[in-house]
Ligand binder design. Sequence first.
Ligand code: SF4
Ligand code: FES
Length: 257
Amino acid sequence: MITMYINDQTVVAEAETTVLKAARDNNIHIPTLCHHPALKPSGSCRVCAVAVEKASGDRTIMLSCILPVKQGLRLWTEGEEVRQARIKALMRLIAMAPMSERIRHLAEKEGIDLPPAPDGCIRCRLCIRVCKEIIGKQALRMDKEDGRQMVIADPDRCIGCGTCANICPTQAITVSEDGGMRSVSIRGSAFGRHPLKRCQGCGKYYATEKQIQLMEERTAPHPQVKEHHNYCAHCAKLFSNKLMVMEKQPPRLQTHK
Ligand code: SF4
Ligand code: FES
């Protein structure tokens, strides 16, 4: 066993261990991120920084997860230089993973005042505009939530066409289909769940009931295209080609007995 000093407190530790382990065995907190008890330490995240006294008496920043204990070692887990080292480490990590709740939580504990986490939306309003100007449903709007402008969905207006997701340049809005249901989600949370209808030609799911209803309303004055709404794009095309062929056929001659 060896004796060392953490935060001016005498600590007894096993000889073959790290400063991090010795501190934790003595209930002294040091934050970590890349440390895992089942793996060899790598010193990657730099969050476990501590201030160590050099032979000259000056202090230097070292990483406690890879620093072996030593007889008479003197170090501090708190203080301005430790705080600055951790802030630097956390800001570097936040830049790489700005949405990580774990890193954000560690940063908050170090007193770092972070802006709200990005939500993947660049506020281009393409989704809002296409839903209003082309689909005519106004199922999306920009509104203030948690102190910032956010795209907000109105589930009652959504018809599940997925046009907003197709036009979104960042995948903040997504569409998924599962077992005859289509879900439209924003920021990972579904705002529309719509049953899908099967194509009357091939039997595959192809559009939501509300989507087909809208097409029927829009094309009501044009009965010649109305039939196509019961088919997926592929079968509708076959159907149109067949009609064109039939139109080109010369009328059959009547034969009189
Ligand atoms: S959700 Fe997508 S399309 Fe809509 S404003 Fe954000 S980035 Fe633009
Ligand atoms: S815990 Fe990541 S460098 Fe020490």
